[in-house]
Design a protein around this ligand. Structure first.
Ligand code: UD1
Length: 382
């Protein structure tokens, strides 16, 4: 490399896929499988953001994905957004310089995706593709919102999952080409739900019955890093248990476990007679737990989508969502973290559940469309 950037003639007809977090692996799963099925020349870069076996490797195994060719093992030591992102940029850049792909795809709003996008953009002529572009919570305190806006503005091709996402991109006046593809989460659910169903046995063994329990997840920084908010959320969970007298299955993100311990809240929740804390679930185990739940309480973005696709009512433990389509179809209620708002939201969501809804995330062919675009971009100007 003669200069700080790569010329178009120095690049290879290859595609780089950047992953690094649990939801990213799930959403890229169908794309990676489709690239493989079509014999595309591509490779996977893992930023190293998620690293625990059950937050990372197990997902590659469950989804039968090829192993990443590059992986940065030191990222786990960085605990600030800036430090973590900077270290991931370095790792992705090294891999991109080594392989010189023409096209780089990142997907979602985690720091991993910002790092991948910046590394590619700084090499100037690589075509940067953002999968899941155009989502907006309009909450400028969320790290994910900064990441979404920044990635969308520096991408060449923006793959929007829905028309609402296209509208956001128009309002933001982004430079890149916008294409509606649907969301690959639908492809992932359809591909895996049948294999996942027998996994419910592990919950049945603990006395959990289909449609007679709530599922709970909470890991988002604004919820679990603030002691007051986490206490409020746990109080709501306690009130929910008291009112419905149903088990609450709670797969625990490592970040949340650390916070519960630090704030002295661990024994209260772990000894609660209706709350069943389990380690983070693999993708198939999680699909089994979600599809059989009576309702899910969550602060995750991807789970709002998955619940909507699977017909499970969702109450979102946040003040806003970047997935307003789920609310519009009646599948999701934004309830915050206080018992006064969460309990009525659950009641409404359960009442609505019988009517059902049609999910807005596409036909399960998003990965096929995305791979069409990647192959078109890699051959551009040949
Ligand atoms: C990140 C994303 C979030 C996404 C989530 C999915 C950002 C800004 N946030 O949040 O949008 O919903 O991933 O899970 O990128 N940890 C482990 N093992 C792991 C991963 C994390 O122990 O494999 C612990 C570590 O203490 C780490 C902390 O969790 O410091 C937070 O992890 P981090 O990757 O910074 O953010 P997430 O909360 O996972």
């Amino acid at each position: 490399m003669k200069t700080k950037v790569l010329g178009r003639d120095e690049m290879q007809r290859k595609i780089a896929v950047v992953v690094g977090t649990r939801p990213g692996i799930v959403k890229f799963g169908p794309v990676i499988r489709e690239l493989d099925a079509r014999g595309a020349d591509f490779f996977v870069i893992h930023t190293g953001q998620h690293y625990s076996e059950n937050m990372d490797r197990q997902f590659f195994i469950d989804l039968k994905l090829r192993e990443p060719s590059y992986h940065n093992p030191v990222v786990r030591e960085f605990k600030t957004h800036g430090g973590q992102t900077a270290e991931m940029i370095k790792g992705v850049e090294q891999a991109l310089i080594q392989e010189r792909p023409r096209v780089v795809i990142v997907g979602g709003d985690a720091n991993t995706n910002l790092a991948g996008a910046l590394a590619a953009r700084k090499l100037a002529q690589m075509t940067l593709v953002h999968m899941e572009a155009g989502l907006r919570s309009h909450d400028w305190l969320m790290p994910e919102e900064h990441n979404r806006v920044m990635i969308d503005h520096i991408s060449d091709v923006l793959l929007a999952p829905t028309e609402a996402a296209v509208q956001n991109l128009k309002e933001d006046n982004v430079q890149g080409r916008v294409v509606v593809t649907g969301n690959t989460i639908v492809d992932a659910v359809l591909m895996n739900i049948e294999v996942a169903r027998p996994r419910f046995a592990q919950f049945a063994e603990r006395g959990i019955k289909p449609k007679e329990y709530f599922l709970l997840t909470a890991h988002r920084e604004e919820n679990v890093d603030s002691e007051a908010t986490l206490r409020r959320l746990l109080n709501a969970v306690d009130k929910v248990a008291e009112k419905w007298k149903l088990p609450i299955v709670f797969p625990l993100h490592p970040r949340t476990r650390v916070r519960l311990e630090t704030f002295g809240l661990w024994s209260g929740i772990s000894e609660h007679k209706l709350v069943s804390i389990v380690d983070p679930l693999s993708y198939l185990d999680f699909l089994a737990a979600l599809s059989n739940a009576k309702l899910v309480l969550t602060d995750s973005g991807g789970i709002q989508e998955e619940a909507c696709i699977l017909g499970v009512p969702c109450v979102t433990l946040r003040e806003n969502t970047e997935r307003p389509e789920t609310v519009a179809v009646g599948a999701n209620i934004i309830a915050g973290t206080a018992a006064e708002t969460v309990l009525p939201a659950i009641e409404t969501a359960l009442n609505r559940a019988e009517q059902g809804w049609k999910h807005p995330f596409g036909d399960g062919q998003a990965s096929r469309r995305i791979v069409d675009i990647l192959l078109e971009e890699v051959s551009r100007n040949d």
